[in-house]
Ligand binder design. Structure first.
Ligand SMILES: [Zn+2]
Ligand SMILES: [Zn+2]
Length: 531
């Protein structure tokens, strides 16, 4: 689909050359963001947004200043833009930050802060009720997907677009829009209204964890033919990853760290966890657990044993005010150790001071694991991530997951199950089969998919017999919807190779150079590390 050009004449962007243009741009950067220059990758994207009409998918990691890249063109050129963000807390933070500029200019509006999605708030009255003044043309409008779903709001947007056309739309944290839309909030998918009604307005999608699956779903949903991709280097060269993993057969952790006491009978008060949390270096420690009760129990335990550090907790059961206060205190460095639930903390928030992340319990998806390792070392410093896992959780979690996927579309269900299979492969590789680089499994795992096999009925008995000779996590499984056998991501199963006609994701994993620093790589090289 080719879109018509916008009603807005775009100011030609001249880049950071010398002269008055540069000065005013530098001044804008300073006045609105408190910084003096861009990173190169930010500059490329800002230049692109300012001069072209293409859709964009941006996969910058959190902390690379991605919001600046869509805010800056709007401020520089006086654009009206609409930002859809699924996180109310993120909207509140951003609106406050933008409006707290040296000129005290109100540029950002939060249209989702009213009690009900239908109710009009003060910002909404201002945006739709007043005309833009010449000297203050920029309007950065934020709303949630729920708000965008209401018909009254849509009517107002259409009316407004006729007078002051939108320069572009932004879908922030677009992986949440796709993930929630597929699992429990079908109305999130209705963001395609923007494309269907306002065809000529480019859409910019942002997410640090926008893997290939999410990217493809976004492209289909928004009828994007040729979006321009922006990425920055995502290799975690500064990470020391340890996965402490125990099973029925390997009851003691064999991570290679000295004095590790993680055991199949341990719980969250295990002394290895306490040692890991009591990080000797400067900087903060983020501890992630699966449940609210674990969060509170662990917070008390840590504070009791490490009285000289400030320990706090954070989960979705706390009030909005208390959560945002804790988050703020952690961001600026007033809390040494924060214990939080895996799901609720840190999406889209830059945590520049975190130098250690400790994850207790087995996450349900390889994406969650990848997000956890992305929460530390944001300034490029050496940082540490420790996972404490029991293989028995895999069985429990799979039962839970099998219930959750009921009712999901078959494509999304396959994605969720593939992601879980990648977790199982990671855990098996850290507990028993210690041959693969764990960091590589995580980095490749976010895009890994299972492979369907072609097994004719006449081969079935032979196939089943051969398949049963390999370890359980390498075995082919049955997909009842597709009515086909498949190999989970990374499964190494030579026994059934003759029925595999496709290229397996394992090949990519085997071709990637090892990190040299994760617990498996250290074990292979006989390097040990203190906790
Ligand atoms: Zn260990
Ligand atoms: Zn490694």
């Amino acid at each position: 689909m080719k879109r018509k050009s916008s009603h807005i004449p775009r100011t030609q962007y001249e880049g950071p050359t010398i002269g008055p243009k540069m000065d005013s741009e530098k001044q804008t950067l300073m006045d609105y963001f408190g910084i003096v220059k861009y990173h190169d990758y930010q500059l490329d994207l800002i230049r692109h947004i300012s001069t072209s009409k293409n859709d964009v998918i941006c996969r910058f990691r959190t902390g690379s200043g991605k919001s600046l890249t869509y805010l800056m063109p709007a401020i520089l050129h006086g654009y009206t833009i609409l930002v859809i963000s699924p996180l109310c807390s993120l909207i509140t933070d951003q609106v406050t930050q933008i409006n707290n500029n040296v000129h005290k200019k109100k540029l950002a509006f939060n249209l989702s802060s009213s009690k009900s999605a239908e109710e009009e708030n003060l910002d909404e009255k201002e945006v739709f009720g007043t005309t833009v003044s010449e000297e203050n043309r920029t309007r950065i409008i934020f709303c949630t997907p729920e708000k965008l779903g209401t018909s009254a709001f849509r009517a107002k947007l259409l009316k407004m677009h006729k007078d002051t056309p939108f320069a572009y739309f932004v879908l922030d944290e677009c992986h949440l829009i796709i993930e929630s839309g597929n699992s429990f909030r079908a109305d999130y998918m209705k963001v395609d209204w923007l494309r269907n009604e306002l065809k000529d307005v480019p859409i910019l999608c942002y997410s640090a964890t926008c893997n290939n699956f999410v990217t493809n779903q976004i492209k289909t949903l928004l009828h994007m033919t040729d979006p321009v991709m922006f990425e920055n280097d995502n290799a975690k060269k500064n990470l020391f990853l340890s996965i402490h993993s125990v099973s029925k057969h390997n009851q003691n952790c064999k991570c290679g760290s000295k004095n590790c006491t993680w055991h199949s009978k341990s719980d969250i008060t295990n002394e290895s966890i306490l040692k890991a949390v009591n990080y000797y270096g400067g900087g903060e420690v983020l501890v992630l657990c699966n449940s609210r009760s674990d969060v509170e129990k662990l917070k008390q335990h840590i504070q009791k044993h490490i009285p000289n550090k400030k320990v706090e907790f954070y989960h979705a059961g706390l009030g909005d005010d208390s959560r945002s206060a804790t988050q703020q205190q952690f961001v600026i460095g007033n809390i040494d150790i924060l214990v939080a639930t895996n799901a609720s903390f840190g999406v889209g928030i830059n945590l520049p001071l975190v130098l250690k992340v400790v994850v207790i319990g087995t996450p349900m998806s390889i994406q969650t694991i990848s997000q956890a390792i992305g929460r530390g070392g944001r300034k490029g410093q050496q940082y540490y991530v420790d996972f404490y896992i029991k293989e028995a959780d895999i069985i429990k979690n799979r039962i839970m997951l099998n219930k959750e996927v009921i009712g999901m579309s078959s494509t999304y269900k396959k994605y969720v199950l593939d992601s879980f299979d990648a977790v199982q492969y990671l855990v098996a590789n850290s507990a028993a089969d210690k041959s693969m680089c764990l960091l590589n499994i995580i980095l490749q795992g976010v895009n890994a998919t299972s492979t369907f096999l072609a097994v004719p009925y006449s081969d079935l008995q032979d196939f089943k017999k051969k398949n049963s000779t390999v370890r359980p996590y390498n075995r082919a499984r049955w997909n009842s919807e597709a009515r086909k056998w498949y190999l989970p991501p990374f499964a190494q199963n030579q026994a059934v190779a003759k029925w595999n006609t496709q290229k397996n994701t394992t090949d990519v994993l085997l071709e990637t150079p090892e990190c040299g620093k994760c617990s498996n790589c250290r074990n292979q090289n006989n390097i040990s590390r203190f906790l």
